[in-house]
Design a protein around this ligand. Structure first.
Ligand code: SF4
Length: 54
């Protein structure tokens, strides 16, 4: 089990870096970005460190 980084809450359990039974990321840092040219709400923002669980 990866160590949870308690500074990064995350509920994306489909991600390789998700901690499984607790809703935290296991990375030291994550990169946040957007897929929009002019982001206006939370749906416009993405975790660019996401990797789909194999
Ligand atoms: S890399 Fe991003 S999506 Fe994946 S567990 Fe960490 S914060 Fe969540």
């Amino acid at each position: 089990m990866d160590d949870p980084n308690r500074s990064i809450q995350c509920s994306v359990s489909q991600c390789e870096y998700h901690c499984g039974d607790c809703d935290y990321c296991s990375l030291d840092t994550v990169r946040i970005g957007t897929h929009e040219s002019d982001p206006t709400n939370v749906k416009c923002v993405d975790c660019m460190s996401f990797v789909a669980k194999r």
